[in-house]
Design a protein around this ligand. Structure first.
Ligand SMILES: Cc1cc2nc3c(=O)[nH]c(=O)nc-3n(C[C@H](O)[C@H](O)[C@H](O)COP(=O)(O)OP(=O)(O)OC[C@H]3O[C@@H](n4cnc5c(N)ncnc54)[C@H](O)[C@@H]3O)c2cc1C
Length: 416
């Protein structure tokens, strides 16, 4: 059996994880990305226990655990009054093996890229079309020449051109009704001049604050920098007439400290803004012929559960485990299994994430008052009740690794 060959489109978290998994399964892999560097869009990332378990499949979990800050997020009102203080962090770690951790995105990209052998990655290489193949190989046209492959994994992100080409009748993306901002401050502590910090010993404390349809999250990283994110309803495509930092100050500058102080500590160019979208309906399949969709290309979701990258990592872990011991002729069957496992799982997570964000979008004063009371009461439930609700998301396990057959070669597990 000759070495099976794969092309991965996109070197984001999903594409790099897939490449790492396929390379260690013995495949000959090329990763094409149109970007000129691996610098990620977005500044920090929350990884839940299921995402970390997927990273372990590629051998990248432990190196990231070393740099992580465990998340313990409470919810405040815009005036600073606490609605709920989370006490579930340690319970999540006890129940699922890891806490939710926060990391710079660049650390995740670096950990995955370190597991992709030299020569596999082809930057400044845009994929211009894909022929899905079937019994025969798939073909990938790129700005650096054409490639043929037994397996193509399209991890080309939320705006996936491969998704549109494979499923031309699908209605595509639907705006979720709100926009997001992300920014990273320099190192800030009480001693470094940021006043009004609300944590212990002058440190900024993790929290998410809810207003009328608006949200502001504050999350310190291990190195003292602070990751902030915000969300607000807005027409799709709308951008601030001046700059996005000024827009954030207009929306959140009168909220409780340390939000105004954190906003005052960044420069306008440091603010990223993205409108949030998901698919107008589920795809009929995650593959066609020999081409699979993966990550945001397959299942873009709202960020409310912090699961987009975690689900991309789960997808990649499943592909890697199925591909170990699979030869080129078995790829269509591998992909049928991939769709059967991943499509229902990710549709559930998409739905749960949308639902988790619903209450934060309420803006009418009676609805906001009702929501705040409900959150305050929920904060008084025993943490074990919260943990039970997390099992379907965080309890995911990767398929078992292929075991050697009696003939000595590996066999893909049927238990995926
Ligand atoms: C505000 C916000 C906060 C979030 N927070 C979290 C969080 O805390 N935890 C979490 O798990 N998820 C989070 N997410 C979701 C997460 O960012 C995404 O789900 C994840 O980055 C998707 O990775 P990907 O590899 O599928 O796609 P991408 O990272 O978008 O990568 C796609 C790659 O494909 C390349 N590409 C595209 N087209 C082509 C082409 N034609 N040829 C070659 N290359 C191409 C691009 O250059 C890019 O590098 C958040 C999202 C948002 C918007």
């Amino acid at each position: 059996m000759g070495q099976a060959r794969a092309v991965v489109i996109g070197a984001g978290i999903g594409g790099l994880a897939t490449a790492a998994g396929l390379c260690s399964a013995g495949w000959d892999v090329t990763v094409c990305d149109r970007a000129s560097s691996l610098e990620p869009v977005g500044v920090a990332l929350g990884l839940a226990p299921n995402g970390l378990r997927a990273l372990d499949v590629f051998g990248a979990g432990d190196v990231l655990r070393e740099h992580a800050v465990p998340q313990e997020v409470g919810i405040q009102r815009s005036d600073g009054r606490w609605l709920m203080r989370s006490t579930t962090g340690q319970l999540i770690a006890d129940r699922f093996g890891d806490p939710i951790i926060l990391l710079p995105r660049s650390a995740v990209i670096e950990a995955l890229a370190a597991r992709v052998p030299a020569g596999v990655l082809s930057l400044r290489t845009e994929v211009t079309s894909v022929e899905p193949g079937g019994p025969g190989t798939a073909r990938v046209a790129t700005t650096a020449g054409d490639l043929s492959a037994d397996l193509v994994v399209a991890a080309d992100g939320i705006g996936s051109a491969v998704r549109s080409a494979l499923f031309p009748g699908h209605p595509g993306l639907r705006y979720a009704g709100f926009t997001t901002w992300r920014l990273l401050t320099g190192p800030v502590t009480g001693q470094a001049g940021v006043t009004g910090v609300n944590g212990v010993n002058g440190q900024v404390q993790m929290a998410e604050s809810w207003g009328r349809g608006t949200v502001f999250g504050v999350m310190p990283l291990a190195d003292g920098r602070v990751y902030c994110y915000a969300a607000a309803p807005a027409p799709p495509g709308q951008r601030a007439a001046d700059d996005e930092l000024a827009e954030l100050v207009r929306l959140f500058g009168r909220w409780h400290e340390p939000i105004p102080a954190l906003l005052a500590s960044v420069t306008p160019g440091d603010v990223l803004r993205h409108d949030v979208a998901e698919l107008a309906g589920p795809l009929p399949s995650f593959h066609r012929g020999r081409v699979a969709l993966l990550g945001d290309a397959a299942h873009p979701m709202t960020p409310n559960l912090g699961q987009g990258a975690c689900q991309a990592l789960e997808d990649a872990a499943v592909i890697a485990r199925l591909a170990a011991g699979t030869d080129a002729g078995e790829v269509p069957a591998l992909l049928a299994r991939y769709t059967a496992v991943r499509l229902p799982r990710t549709q559930n997570v998409v739905r749960w994430s949308r639902r988790a964000g619903t209450m934060t979008t309420w803006s009418a004063p009676p609805a906001v008052a009702f929501r705040n009371t409900a959150m305050w009461l929920a904060g008084r439930l025993p943490p074990s009740a919260t943990i039970r609700g997390l099992v379907p998301v965080y309890g995911w396990r990767p398929p078992p690794a292929a075991r050697p057959t009696a003939g000595g070669g590996p066999s893909a597990s049927a238990a995926v």
